[in-house]
Design a protein around this ligand. Structure first.
Ligand SMILES: [Zn+2]
Length: 256
């Protein structure tokens, strides 16, 4: 049976509910899943989460969609294997990572801009220390997740804005395991991180707010390229946008 989910409107929750319902026979091969509208009502989540979930299920070969007919459950042999399950987790984490980086682009661009205007000599010294720690750990081939967090937090602290500091702290601790995998398995990204951190610090030290902001934004875009390409060598590159495809908007203020 499908049942209302927690109020987290995540595609992942919807996927789990639908997979459970297919596994327990609520929907058999050949059955049509409830419409988007119906699923929104049953599961209590927004349209964009339903659409993202259905897209993933299509990719995994669990359902097929036909215009005007909705999503049809495919025969059992097409159900995802364990390997597909890992792919699904990767897809969800990658998608969340890109959303996270879009948010970080906004907040850390602003942090760098303000830091260039407000950083004290002590802030600059702290930035240097944190930057060097990241470099040492990268050179030593060690995990630099925490050192990276400290560096980004040091930029935020130099902005002297308590909400920015709190925001960066919150955002940087998300999706740790996926981020660590990227840092461990993508050697090119490690080197880029070092160079890009230098560019951010350079902008702040020269009191050039626009340069600092541009460097911070470039760092997020480059991280997104790494995330998008992670384990999918055919992923499109070089769009300059963190996420090339816009999620269809459900609209918070729709009439009716
Ligand atoms: Zn970084």
């Amino acid at each position: 049976m499908l049942k209302p989910t927690r109020r987290t409107s995540l595609p992942e929750v919807v996927i789990n509910e639908l997979m459970d319902a297919i596994r327990d026979g609520t929907y058999s091969p050949g059955d049509r899943l409830p419409s988007e509208q119906e699923l929104m009502g049953i599961l209590g989540v927004g349209r964009s989460s339903i659409r993202e979930a259905i897209r993933v299920l299509v990719v995994l070969g669990v359902v097929d969609t036909k215009p005007g007919r909705g999503a049809i459950v495919l025969p059992l042999p097409s159900l995802p294997s364990l390997n597909k399950g890992a792919e699904l987790a990767l897809h969800l984490h990658r998608s969340a990572m890109l959303d996270l980086l879009e948010m970080r682009e906004a907040i850390e661009g602003q942090a760098a801009l303000l830091a260039a205007a407000r950083a004290t000599p002590a802030d600059l010294a702290e930035l240097d220390r944190c930057m060097q720690l990241v470099e040492e750990r990268v050179v030593g081939g060690r995990n630099y997740f925490k050192a990276n967090l400290s560096f980004h937090l040091a930029v935020a602290k130099a902005s002297r804005n308590a909400y920015i500091i709190e925001g960066v702290q919150q955002l940087l601790t998300q999706l740790r395991s996926f981020h660590e995998r990227l840092m461990t398995e993508d050697a090119a990204m490690r080197d880029r991180d070092v160079a890009e951190h230098r560019a951010i610090v350079e902008g702040i030290r020269r009191r050039d707010g626009e340069q600092a902001r541009a460097a911070a934004i470039a760092h997020m875009v480059s991280s997104a390229e790494a995330a998008r390409g992670f384990a999918t060598p055919t992923a499109p590159k070089g769009t300059g946008l963190i996420r090339a495809v816009a999620t269809p908007s459900g609209g918070l203020c729709r009439r009716g």
